[in-house]
Structures are given as C-alpha cells and as structure tokens.
Design a protein around this ligand. Sequence first.
Ligand SMILES: Cc1cc2nc3c(=O)[nH]c(=O)nc-3n(C[C@H](O)[C@H](O)[C@H](O)COP(=O)(O)O)c2cc1C
Ligand code: SF4
Ligand code: SF4
Length: 259
Amino acid sequence: MIVCFSGTGNSLSVAKEVLNHLPNHSLFRLDHSNSACMLSEYVEDNEIIWIFPTYSWGIPPVIKKAIDSFNGNNNAVHHMITTCGDDIGNCALQWRKLLKRHNFNTGCAFSVQMPNTYVNMSGFDIDAPTDEAEKIERMPERVKDICDTIKSFNGLPIDDVVKGSIPCIKTSIVYPWFKRFEMNPAKFKVNKDICISCGLCASHCPLCNIEMIQNFPKWGDNCTMCLRCYHHCPTKAIDYASKTLKKGQYTRYKNLVGE
Ligand SMILES: Cc1cc2nc3c(=O)[nH]c(=O)nc-3n(C[C@H](O)[C@H](O)[C@H](O)COP(=O)(O)O)c2cc1C
Ligand code: SF4
Ligand code: SF4
C-alpha cells in the first residue's frame, strides 16, 4: 500500500509513477474525507510506502498524525519517499524514529527533488521555469531506480537521500521552530478586491480547513501548511503574512490533485 499526502501534486505525481513500477500496490491519499484516522482501520499489506513532501527538513504534521494512528500488520516493512525542492535534512531519521516508537519495521528512505513550493519567507520563491522543467524531466528515472531498490530490498535499511548541510540543526532546531511559528494559518489573508468567491480554496483544502463565510475564505486551525490554497487560487487572492504578494504560484499539478 502507498500512503500519500501531497499539497500541490509533486508527491502525488511521484506516487503515480511508483504505481507504474509496483502495480500490486494500492494508493491511499490522505486528502479530504480520507483523513488520517481512516488509516486506523487494520491494514494487512506487508509493504507500506509513505510518500509525502518535506516541510522545513521534517515530516508534515498530517503524516505524523497518520503514522501515529496507523494500525497495520506488525511484520510489514515501511519505506518512505519524500519530495523536496532541494534537501531534506534529517527528515528520514525523524521518520525512522517515529515508526520505531510504534514498533514498525523501517526499510528504505529516499528523496526526490521536485519543483519548490515554499514561498512564505523572504528569499524563497518557486523555481525558474528551466529549473522546474529539469526536475520534472529527471523524476521518472529517479523513481524507477527507487522502485528497483525497493523490489530488491533484502532487509538492510538504506538511506538514499540528499540531506544538505547541517541536517541536525535544520531538523532538530529549525523544524520545531517552524512548526510552532510558521505553520500558522492565522497568517493567511484574502484580498477581497481580487477574490471572486469561487470557493475552490475551501473545497480543495486537503484538511477541510477553510470555510466560506459571507463569500470569503476563513482559515481554521487544522492546517499542515501545504500551500494548496495559495498556489491554486485562480486569481492569486491569498497571501501569507504579506510575504507572498510578489511570489509565484506553482500550478503544474493543479488538475492532478483535483482529480
Ligand atoms: C511548508 C513547506 C516547507 C518546505 N520545506 C522544504 C524543505 O525543508 N526542504 C526542501 O527541499 N523543500 C521544502 N519545501 C518544498 C517541498 O518539499 C516540495 O516542493 C515538495 O515537492 C512539494 O510537494 P507536494 O507538491 O506534494 O506538496 C517546502 C514546502 C512547503 C510548502
Ligand atoms: S480560491 Fe481564491 S478566488 Fe476562489 S474563493 Fe478562494 S481566495 Fe477567493
Ligand atoms: S489551509 Fe491551505 S495550507 Fe492549510 S492545509 Fe488547507 S490548503 Fe493547505
């Protein structure tokens, strides 16, 4: 079974590519009514592949919640594939520790570079079109190699990831700070002069965290900072802390996540 969370479609496109090579797997998307708690039902599969984006060199809160409530075959082997714009710090180690806490067996961990979606702070923006195209072009070959490694897994855990510089500091210090202060849905604002009240941000939020109140979006507290609402707004009416007004939107997989 593949368990996938994807904000803007990169991880979902990787999951679909994995399915081409491992067609015996089913795909469980953590999205909308497929909430993490549905995974608490007993899962008999003996191979679980977690596919999700890296957020601030760590695991998205929605994935942590899903692993915490996962109720599966104790003999199953778990692998992870995380997509990232650049590097993942010690995200793989964090994932291994979390699974070990639940006595699950961890196998291999992989990272796949995909177009960047993080735009909320100064200095961060979506990739230039040429960089985006290069990453997309490299993805199928990378996924094929990953699936070959998973197929020949012999019990020895492998980390095939790009950690980047100072991974300990990024995952142990920056990640908790980021989770506390920069995963704050109260910082989202809608520009009412631009918003056309289409309601897509609300209907597409994977955690159902947006309500339309008097024709405009209102954010609740249950946010994993996937930025789907920001990137997929058709009029770019959404801003985060006045930091994204001049940033780009990443829309390549808009239709894929809306499928
Ligand atoms: C909140 C947030 C934090 C991110 N942090 C990182 C990071 O630490 N390292 C990195 O290389 N990319 C980071 N990114 C980029 C995403 O991991 C990357 O674009 C990913 O492929 C998005 O996957 P998705 O389209 O499935 O949501 C971040 C993106 C977001 C939205
Ligand atoms: S998606 Fe954009 S335009 Fe549509 S309701 Fe939300 S903020 Fe307004
Ligand atoms: S509110 Fe926006 S950023 Fe938060 S989970 Fe929903 S779509 Fe993602």
